[in-house]
Design a protein around this ligand. Structure first.
Ligand code: 4AD
Ligand code: MG
Length: 447
């Protein structure tokens, strides 16, 4: 009988149908009475049963190896009582065509494919990332990433925000000169963008609230669990708001996307697999001012020192180690606000009630630390000019950004969220390196 080609996401095919499935061998078990293949097609895993004698088992053993690709044909059946199978169905194979053979270096490939979670620091595994991605753990993280990515687009769409696509080649910095990648650009120099924020701001008067999901590039000169040289940056800019609107929007979007992921059956299953016991965050998030965080760090027993080993004082950066101590102890999302002017970027608006600090926010998540950086923007021309001067920046390349303040300025603010960091939190990953397809960090630009 004729067979209908199916993909494993399709659960509507009636049991008893004769189907054809293309996939790769994920697991192989040869027994006396039958050969069992777990076939993967990118959507799921299907147990395939080849009764002994379909072909000689010696011949099968030659053809079949982990990652061998093939078409299998047969009747789609329910799983026998008492047994379980990943897809909830099994295929009784009556015919197959091997399409691409694999070398059958069984142990090597099995270890690589299974290693998705194990040691993302080992350079051998990073060289073989293309094979690691075939494993169920590594591919589960990538599938969850895809669902999370879509959830953001829908969350922004619901809030009537327009998607824009700012340039990657730029001639201005946003987040400090030390992490800029400079690239030759015809007869001049350009940088790879660190953030699309300044461009998003220019869209507000004509497009209303906007967002973009683009790559940002940072020449990070240290190797940490949460720094990449190239990462997916979800950025949004909101017009005609006050600082508290920004805070509410940020926690709202994070909760909306988490709810959307969990409302998706596949998303729910992936979170359960990767992050057993995951508890979704409660709104409103804990709010803490920078100055309260400094007091908190000093009040710990023993006090948490700053990056130079001294007690924290107002104006210190809260370095990664101190931040981690905070999130691990508090163990809930935190909106950390009102950072001092000197530790933050030039464009941040000062708090009118305390000019030493900015209307700025970082969102800290348990296990990861900072996942969002945002602020209200300085919207006065003279004030911004003064900020360029005090940060030692030449305002000339920013003429277009300054014009924004010249031609009818507005109270506005926005934020950037690192997708890999959010995913590290959601999927309970030790590092952002397992949260992107092919991680890029100092010393690595392959495969
Ligand atoms: O805090 P950052 O540097 O803020 C900005 O770039 C703002 N201009 C964004 C805006 O307001 N539109 O970066 C924002 C977020 C961080 O909180 C972090 O999640 C992520 O981007 N991020 C990185 N993720 C991975 N690797 C890196 N090297 C990152 N640098 C920042
Ligand atoms: Mg930041």
């Amino acid at each position: 009988p004729k067979a209908q080609t199916i993909k494993l996401w399709n659960k509507a095919v009636p049991l008893g149908s004769r189907v054809r499935v293309f996939g790769h061998i994920h697991r192989l078990r040869v027994q006396k009475q039958a050969t069992f293949l777990t076939l993967k097609d990118g959507y799921g895993f299907l147990q395939c049963v080849l009764a002994a004698g379909t072909l000689t088992q010696t011949y099968e053993a030659l053809l079949f190896a982990q990652e061998t690709s093939l078409f299998v044909y047969g009747e789609l059946c329910s799983v026998p009582a008492g047994a379980t199978a990943p897809d909830g169905r099994e295929l009784h194979v009556d015919y197959y065509e091997v399409y691409g053979r694999a070398p059958g270096d069984a142990e090597a490939i099995t270890n690589i494919v299974a290693s998705g979670q194990q040691d993302p620091w080992e350079s051998d595994m990073l060289d073989k990332r293309h094979l690691v991605l075939r494993g169920d753990k590594a591919s589960a993280v990538m599938k969850l990433r895809s669902i999370l990515y879509e959830a953001f687009i829908l969350a922004f769409k619901d809030r009537r925000m327009a998607a824009v696509s700012p340039p990657a080649f730029v001639q201005t910095q946003v987040e400090g000169g030390s992490t800029l990648f400079k690239v030759p650009y015809y007869n001049e120099d350009a940088y790879l963008t660190q953030s699309s924020q300044l461009y998003l701001e220019t869209c507000l008067p004509s497009m209303g609230d906007v967002y973009c999901i683009e790559k940002s590039f940072r020449a990070e000169k240290s190797l940490t669990r949460r720094h990449l040289s190239e990462y997916t940056h979800i950025e949004a800019e909101l017009d005609g708001i006050v600082f508290d609107d920004l805070l509410v929007h940020i926690e709202d979007v994070i909760c909306t996307v988490v709810d959307a992921v969990l409302a998706d059956p596949a998303g729910k299953e992936l979170v359960a697999l990767l992050h057993p016991g995951f508890v979704k965050p409660q709104r409103p998030f804990k709010r803490m001012k920078y100055s309260e965080a400094i007091d908190w760090l000093n009040a710990q027993d023993p006090p948490v020192p700053n990056e130079f080993g001294n007690p924290h004082i107002f104006g210190d950066d809260i370095a990664e180690a101190a931040e981690r101590k905070m999130v691990d102890t508090l163990n809930v999302p935190v909106l950390l606000t009102h950072f001092p002017v000197e530790v933050k970027a030039f464009y941040m608006k000062k708090d009118p009630s305390d000019l030493r600090v900015t209307e700025s926010v970082d969102v800290l998540m348990p296990n990861v630390g900072e996942i969002v950086g945002g602020s209200m923007r300085m919207d006065g021309y003279d004030e911004l000019m003064a900020a360029f001067k005090s940060k030692g920046l030449n305002p000339d390349p920013y003429y277009w950004y300054l014009d924004q303040r010249k031609y009818g300025t507005s109270p506005h603010g926005g934020y950037g969220l690192g997708l890999e960091r959010l995913l590290a939190w959601l999927a309970n990953q030790h590092t952002v390196r397992t949260c992107c397809l092919y991680p890029r960090f100092m010393g690595r630009a392959k495969p």
